[in-house]
Design a protein. Structure first.
Length: 319
């Protein structure tokens, strides 16, 4: 499934009805324009539509009054998204403002039964997949200290992460650092199949293919008193400097957290990165795009991971 087109009417700066046609889009695409031209509005409209669809279809309570007031200029403001499925059939739904005052906006979801049935096959609440993932230009990475007192074993629930993202897409990386440590600790205490920390393990392999001077090594509680940290070795010499992962550059951390999310969620319909040049310099961005191209072209993600692991001589089981 892919977004074939999106039509905006009276949404933020787009006062007149305007259609963005992605029918000829490739697997990797760019949208360019001057500052203030509305690029981010296009992206965030798609994410807002996804969030409203889930909230209205599955009765998820979301307090997004301020967000809706910022997007919907007046009554009859509208976001319409048309999807194209693998069999080339089309489905669409519309989110129209039917009431607006100074404090709130009421949105009506308009969708045909046949379209709803088909979209639900992809955006199923019980097992969400093919989601549209948006990485804000601000990134919003949260990396608070994790102490021994914070250790709490819980079930590894990918769905809860996905629902959390759907309802709060601006906090995509908000709990990633904490989740990395919790997954590591759980795997050491209660080994599981597949491994709880598998997303971390595979994301290390992917990022090393771009940043070969980085080696994500061990989680430890010995370097800082009463604190768990993830160590990273930096450099190409035998004697490498060791850092707390939180001390890496914004670009290095952004890449690592993007790959971790991709490995964690497994099924992404569309990945949108707003202003990637903010964190990634030209060479890093070029390598990142090339690797994303490989990921989209590989039918079986595990095959790509195995090949990348062999390339960097990283031991990994075929299972």
């Amino acid at each position: 499934m892919k977004v074939k087109s999106i039509t905006l009417k009276n949404i933020k700066s787009f006062e007149k009805e305007i259609n963005f046609d992605f029918s000829n889009s490739d697997k990797i695409n760019t949208i360019s324009g001057i500052n203030g031209s509305g690029k981010t509005t296009i992206f965030k409209s798609i994410i807002l539509a996804q969030k409203l669809y889930f909230s209205k279809t599955y009765n998820i309570e979301i307090d997004n009054s301020e967000e809706l007031l910022n997007f919907y200029n007046n009554v009859d403001s509208n976001i319409n998204i048309e999807f194209e499925f693998e069999d080339k059939t089309l489905s669409n739904f519309s989110l129209t403002c039917i009431e607006r005052n100074k404090e709130s906006v009421t949105i009506n979801l308009i969708i045909e039964d046949n379209d709803k049935e088909k979209i639900n096959q992809f955006w199923n609440f019980e097992n969400p997949k093919n989601l549209i993932i948006y990485i804000d230009s601000n990134r919003n990475i949260s990396e608070e200290d994790f102490s021994n007192e914070d250790i709490k074993l819980t079930n590894n629930d990918t769905n809860s992460l996905i629902i959390e993202y759907i309802t709060q897409p601006d906090k995509l990386f908000y709990n990633t650092y904490e989740r990395l440590i919790r997954d590591y600790i759980r795997e050491r205490i209660i080994p599981s199949t597949p491994r709880t920390d598998l997303p971390h393990y595979t994301s290390k392999i992917l990022i090393h293919n771009i940043l070969d001077y980085l080696e994500f090594s061990n989680f430890t509680s010995l370097e800082r008193k009463n604190q768990f940290i993830l160590q990273v070795k930096r450099g190409k010499l035998k004697k490498k400097h060791t850092y707390d992962v939180r001390n890496l550059s914004s670009g290095e951390k952004t890449l690592f957290y993007i790959f971790h999310f991709i490995c964690y969620v497994k099924s992404i319909g569309m990945l949108i990165i707003d202003e990637p040049e903010n964190n990634l310099h030209e060479e890093m961005l070029s390598k990142f795009v090339n690797l994303l191209q490989e990921i989209t072209n590989e039918e079986k993600f595990s095959n790509l991971i195995l090949n990348k692991a062999k390339k960097i001589k990283q031991p990994i089981s075929d299972n």
